[in-house]
Design a protein around this ligand. Structure first.
Ligand SMILES: [Zn+2]
Ligand SMILES: [Zn+2]
Length: 779
């Protein structure tokens, strides 16, 4: 909770410099491209506020917490005064103490009222794990008279009733608000009437489309609470983000004060940028293999390390390769290295967390799921297998080490892809550039429209609801009336159908989770979302779980089950797909000579058509057709066109056009995360030598989320910077015909065919030469 609670004694001193010296021994020094030391910082302590309830002070004292950092006190004071506040400070800066003081004090004071429930509070977490973590802390604190309860999808009906009628502090999530509490608000009226505080933890997670959904849910909550006479104060806690007031305002639709000065102490962190070596074939060693070697080195010397990989499969491979390396060196100890990722079952997760705390487990490979509040204390080092996508995630992952204030080491192992390569040669973009703003669009009509229908079912909408949902309410509600969703009456807009509008509206676009089941034992190995299921667990796919290979024997999308059989066939598999797009609307245009840049809405249609079997050498030994349903995605995109005669002027003959455009598409997808809070997996692209809608050679990049998330729009707004950086990268690459560091893409549906690197340079240079001179070239 706070950095200065009493912890068990630390293992003997960890020295990041000697650990780094061990990693760079012998020939390996040249792999270390850049080192930066972030100095230690003293903490700033302030007096305990005199308004805190004595029971709360006593409970915290029992935990060894008797002092406050300045930022904690500032958050507590602002919330106590009834101001909405957003605290955006580093990992382990004790954000929760800031909100617990006013919240628990209000709840304590409320227990003295006639009903015993003069005040209530809600705590919202984006994940179950984080909610459970918070619940455990509150149960340990055990403030007398304050009843804390967790309400999630698994809470039985009987218990829900008790929570509704008796709990003071309810820990839940936005999904449950949306599906249960808000539609049933009349049953929750005594709770809502007394609602004093709403805590929104890890609110930086609410970005893009998911952020727009959660924003609408929070506004629905404040609106319904107001109906019962409650005006709760909202406390938002976030990782470090740029423009936190903007994020808070986008989420709530109201003014929010930001607290950003982190006053907690920090010990030194050594950050290293690492480039894997070139191999005999001229390619760089993969980031996953290199990260596994570094993890093995660190584990072998007793350094407790977490290695972050970008994908679930990457996590599995890092863990199994690290084990293999340690075994080969005769240093393997069973259970000292493990994999941890989102798809695991709760029991598996808890066992791993326990082993890590007890230091039986020294090396953990994980996806970024670990970022979300799972309390891992006392790690010495972090290895990042590839750029984590944003500076905010980078600092968050780096901050995972040294939680007890000990010095720590963070190593970024560059992947062989455009953005990583670019950052390695531009470290100032990591260290001297502020973190990204968290982008979300609360007025996305595709998101807000359905939420207005849900809000109308809760309480009829009126013109006054502009206060909660913004100026687009009248126009959107009229659209809902025209579509037969709402009915207009003299007193407002009404929902008149028998079903609940929230039933069919999901906050997370992950789609239905497909269970991966061992066909022999019936055991559930994990889950994967439906879209990903089509490319990773189709019949015939090779699926890796805890380092063990399985072959998928059947994918039943209706039952949402993939059956697998354990066994290593000796090859891996890669799905191939085809995509096309149609332009639905044009929302912005820029003229660059003969070229046109657009942003607007598109519909992208994708079908997984086949898969390839690939030997470990990379040789493809067969292609097999698949019969899978077509998927279509309505989203935002940025696209540009260049007439064929201009391409000819750039030196591209007809045959060279498809490969040149395809290569330019891949590289520009790789570079967009430089400007927007996304990673390349949030984006997709399509390029074509003749598009039916534009009638021209066209390259399009789109947001990979229904309705769009603002990423492509940002690409349009900063097209000059974006495409200039893309050209610089492709031009500067040391490869011959194109490599993963420039124009190849790991997620290409057509197996990176055709690709023409020189063609991409020609087309991008020509495109940029057409741009008017007054467009600034900045990054
Ligand atoms: Zn290259
Ligand atoms: Zn491609």
């Amino acid at each position: 909770m706070a950095a200065h609670r009493t912890d068990p004694p630390e293992p003997p001193g960890f020295d990041p410099r000697s650990a780094l010296a061990h990693l760079t021994r012998g020939q390996r020094a040249e792999r270390l491209v850049h080192v930066r030391t972030l100095p230690a910082r003293e903490g700033r302590v302030v007096p305990w506020p005199d308004w805190v309830a004595p029971e709360v002070t006593a409970a915290l004292l029992g935990e060894g917490i008797d002092t406050l950092w300045e930022h904690q006190a500032r958050v507590a004071e602002l919330a106590h005064e009834g101001r909405h506040v957003l605290v955006a400070t580093g990992t382990a800066s004790g954000k929760s103490l800031g909100f617990l003081l006013p919240v628990l004090t209000a709840l304590c004071d409320g227990t003295g009222s006639g009903t015993g429930r003069g005040a209530t509070a809600l705590y919202l977490a984006p994940t179950k794990a984080l909610g459970a973590d918070q619940a455990e802390r509150l149960h340990t604190l055990a403030v007398p008279g304050v009843r804390v309860a967790t309400l999630d999808g698994d809470t039985p009906t009987e218990e829900r009733r008790w929570i509704r009628d008796h709990a003071h502090y309810v820990l839940t999530n936005p999904d449950l608000l949306h599906h249960t509490l808000l539609p049933g608000h009349e049953r929750w009226r005594t709770f809502l009437r007394a609602l004093r505080y709403v805590v929104v933890d890890e609110c930086h997670v609410y970005r893009g489309v998911f952020g727009a959904h959660v924003s609408a849910v929070l506004r629905r909550l404040l609106r319904v609470a107001a109906r019962y006479g409650a005006r709760p104060t909202v406390v938002l806690a976030s990782a470090t983000v740029a423009e936190p007031e903007v994020l808070g305002r986008a989420l709530l639709g109201q003014e929010v004060v930001a607290v950003t000065q982190d006053a907690s102490p920090r010990r030194e962190t050594v950050v290293a940028l690492w480039q894997p070596p070139e191999q005999d074939d001229g390619r760089r060693r993969g980031t996953v293999a290199e990260s596994a070697s570094l993890l093995a080195d660190l584990v072998e010397t007793g350094v407790q390390t977490v290695a972050f990989a970008r994908s679930r499969q990457g996590v599995e491979v890092v863990a199994s390769r690290t084990r293999d390396e340690l075994d080969a060196r005769g240093a393997g100890v069973p259970g000292q290295v493990a994999a941890y990722r989102g798809g695991y079952l709760p029991e598996e997760r808890r066992a791993l967390e326990g082993a890590l705390r007890g230091r039986q487990l020294l090396g953990l490979a994980a996806t970024s799921a670990l970022e979300l509040g799972i309390d891992i204390a006392g790690l010495d080092a972090v290895v990042m297998s590839g750029w984590p996508g944003t500076r905010a995630s980078f600092w968050q992952q780096a901050g995972r080490a040294g939680r007890r204030g000990a010095p720590s080491l963070a190593v970024l192992v560059a992947a062989d892809d455009p953005l990583d390569t670019y950052l390695l040669t531009h470290p100032e973009l990591i260290f001297e550039t502020p973190v990204e703003a968290c982008v979300l669009d609360p007025e996305n009509p595709y998101v807000l429209g359905p939420h207005l229908a849900a809000a109308a079912a809760e309480l009829p909408l009126t013109r006054d609801d502009v206060e909660w949902f913004g100026p687009t309410v009248p126009a959107l509600t009229e659209q809902l009336v025209a579509g037969g969703v709402l009915r207009r009456r003299p007193t407002g807009w009404f929902w008149v159908r028998p079903e609940r509008p929230s039933d069919h509206l999901q906050l997370r676009d992950a789609g239905q989770a497909v269970q991966i089941v061992d066909a022999r034992s019936g055991r559930v190995l994990g889950t994967v979302d439906e879209d990903r299921a089509l490319t990773t667990v189709h019949a015939g796919a090779v699926y890796v779980h805890q380092g063990q290979r399985h072959v998928v024997t059947d994918l039943d999308l209706e039952a949402a089950v993939a059956l697998v059989v354990a066994g290593d066939p000796g090859w891996s598999t890669r799905a191939r797909s085809e995509s096309t797009f149609t332009v639905r609307s044009r929302e912005g245009e820029e003229v660059w000579g003969a070229a046109r840049l657009h942003t607007g809405r598109v519909e992208v249609t994708t079908r997984v058509t086949s898969f390839q079997r690939i030997l470990p050498t990379g040789e493809v030994i067969g292609t097999h057709a698949l019969e899978l349903p077509e998927r279509s995605l309505l989203t935002q995109a940025v696209w540009w066109t260049l007439p064929e005669d201009e391409l000819a002027l750039a030196g591209l003959g007809e045959d060279a056009v498809p490969g040149a455009l395809h290569a330019a598409e891949h590289a520009s997808i790789g570079m967009l995360p430089l400007l927007a809070t996304c990673d390349r997996w949030d984006l997709g692209g399509v390029s074509t030598a003749l598009h039916p809608d534009t009638g021209l050679p066209t390259v399009m990049v789109y947001d990979g989320h229904p309705g769009g998330a603002g990423f492509a729009r940002r690409g349009f707004r900063e097209a000059a910077s974006w495409l200039t950086a893309t050209l610089d990268l492709v031009q500067a690459c040391s490869c011959q015909a194109g490599c993963p560091a420039c124009v190849q893409s790991p997620k290409c549906g057509s197996g990176n065919e055709p690709l023409d690197r020189a063609g991409a340079v020609a087309v991008l240079a020509h495109l940029l030469s057409e741009r008017p001179v007054d467009v600034a070239r900045v990054i």
